[in-house]
Design a protein around this ligand. Sequence first.
Ligand code: ADP
Ligand code: MG
Length: 824
Amino acid sequence: MTTIDSLGDILELECKRGYGNKAVIGGLDKYLHRQVGRIRQDIANPLLLVSFDQLNLANSNYDSWDMDKRQKWIMSVFGWLDELEKAKQDTLASPLPSRERNKVTMTVVSRSHPQKQSGGLSSPITVISGITPRVAAKFAKLGVRTINDLLYFFPRRYIDYSQRKFIAELEEGKEQTVVATVWQATVVTFGNRPGTEAIIGDETGNIRVVWFNQPYLAKNFPTNARVVVSGTVGMFKGQKVFESPEWELLKGEELIHTGRLIPIYPLTQGLYPRQVRRWTKQAIDGYTWQLEDFLPSEIRARCQLLPLQEAIGQINYPDGQLMAERASDRLAFDELFLLQLGVLARKREWQEGQPGNAFRIYHEVIDKFLDCLPFALTRAQERVLEEILADLKQPKAMSRLLQGEVGSGKTVVATIALLIAVANGYQGVLMAPTEVLAEQHFSSICDYLSKAGAQPSLSSPGQGSNIMCYTGFLTRPLTVALLVGSLKESEKEDLHHRIRRGEIDISIGTHALIQREVEFQHLGLAVIDEQQRFGVLQRQELRQKGFNPHVLVMTATPIPRTMALTLYGDLDLSVIDELPPGRHEVKTECLGPQYVEKAYAFLRRQVSNGQQAFIICPLIEESEALEAKAATSEYEYLSKEVFPDLRLGLLHGRMPPSDKEEVMRCFRAGQLDILVSTSVVEVGIDVPRATVMLIEGADHFGLSQLHQFRGRVGRDKEQSYCLLIPEKFSPEARERLQLMERIHDGFALAEKDLELRGPGEFFGTHQSGLPELKIAKLSNLDLLEMARQEAMTLFQSDHGLEREEHRSLKRRLSHVWPSYIEWS
Ligand code: ADP
Ligand code: MG
């Protein structure tokens, strides 16, 4: 990728993020200042080089500008990129001199009036005139390949240019539209930069229109042409003026750039707003008639939803704000409804597809286990245990999500469930996302069993410590094994044999457990820890290992109910909402960026008391590679400049898994004082001596994630601390981070997070193996509940969606949920 491409991408990201100067670390000005020289080298065309220099990027002052000025300025840079792109395409595409070429395109444009097209919705977008394979490649980056994709390529937002005014009525500072006649349009210079100036007029007066940095626009405005101009009106030397407005010539066609709500699409480098609007309009005019409305009309009527074709038209080019909302409701309902049908069908299939194993609940086993533990279960643990036991008794497979804060005692409860499976003559597995966590589980389960009076013994001579055998607890010996990727091949093979022969009762491990060669003799219960790392597919795979085992999924990430219903709509929910007594709250403090030295000094004091600390590096979204790089240089800086005398370790997502495991092991074993890490440290590692969690760039993380980090400390008797240092201490960041000081309940923080940042940020749906939600918002509880209700009602009335009027819905479902569910 050239630096020019990155410039486009960064500006695009900046637009997406709402012009907050957040697209690059350190801000745009710094970036430009550093990169301009390199960008310049990539520009071959001398004319473009001149106009590039006129943009004067090396001396931009973006950070000091208001939103409006930022937006305009970025548009002007896009204008230049646009020119560059055109120049490239011209040299590539056509040997004609440019004047001739203009004529050709003009005739093409005037011939392409909207008309119904007959090609199918799955045709490639190149059937649209003007979409060349090069352009198509850019759309592909946005996931748009077919006409259908283009119809479902929704605007991020709209600009309201519907307020049509006479020139005399224009008011300063508002977005308004005029329809006027061009008196003259010329290339002029503003300061020392060329631009376009036009004078336009209607029956009430004249107004000046200027476009900075876009001298090439002048040729688009022949004298006496009718033009529609939409934008914000400013004042210059006491005169009203339109500054860099949207415009289009009035030619009797429907307006798509001005005079209405204008769609603003997500773009990528080399795709520019005006072109994209032309193409989406063509697609809508040509193809929406082919869209089949799969929603049963009864549901549509009951929920007062727009017909599909209308919704697609209106979401792109709405007649007004109300219609935009109605269109969005309809399309969001579709997504939620299809999603709910999917998760409900999966739950049903799970529970009805094959009979499950009804376990007998051996209370004497449970009592013996509990009696010997050095603590009593909390009320929440008891309640959740009851819920799980009630499921295990049923002849249908349990599928339950167990949520509970870090340290709330989920593992004890899971252990009891595993014992019940074993007492019934079945095998159980416990899967963790990393080897270190699997080892942790293995040792704590072994620990519980020893406490519960079982006698450990090696299961057979020559056996490593990864298989433990306990006698004196059940009526027969109980065998627990740790199976992780780092075992020797021979050890692994041996374990596989034993598992297949049913000699191992409880297997604990990572993904290695569900690899193909592992076969269970009679798997009865699978416990999956830290759900977010495991997709639906893995759950499915595990299930196929056995005879429809009960499944218990555990997570320490508190998920608000609406999200749980959606993301895990196929699971029943249990919550441990109480911590064992005697836990210290982790003292949390949010410090201004200037106090980082103080924080380091605090860390040093803790370490000299024999404690350990985490330092979390700033999150760099969308790039694990950059994040790893940043963490590495932070690590080098800290080890050389700040803590040269201490033992530091580094952990980031780009390290090979074995290196990661090794660093975690060292840290856990106390061989490191400070662990410098990216967000990968998030998942449930237990390091009792770690008492400080220092989070740099804390403003980049969500509250739930910060809470997860905080959960890494506070396991010890010692008081633990969490220090939050934001990169920028904006009032919003301060307000958000100060919630961390007050709130220590993960669910409350999760709700806040959902409220403040929306579900996309909160919890990517990608990871969960669910269809992507493009338009639906999980925070829209009403729509979500309506969709879930309708989905349930539909299944009640037509179990297999057999009825004629549900045929196209069924077809649609098989697209959205291709693999898991048999819809036939
Ligand atoms: P989780 O898996 O939910 O993070 P664990 O099951 O690992 O939590 O429990 C965390 C720690 O608390 C363990 O050391 C465990 O032995 C202990 N523990 C669990 N339940 C209780 C309880 N009811 N009372 C006191 N300590 C408990
Ligand atoms: Mg845990």
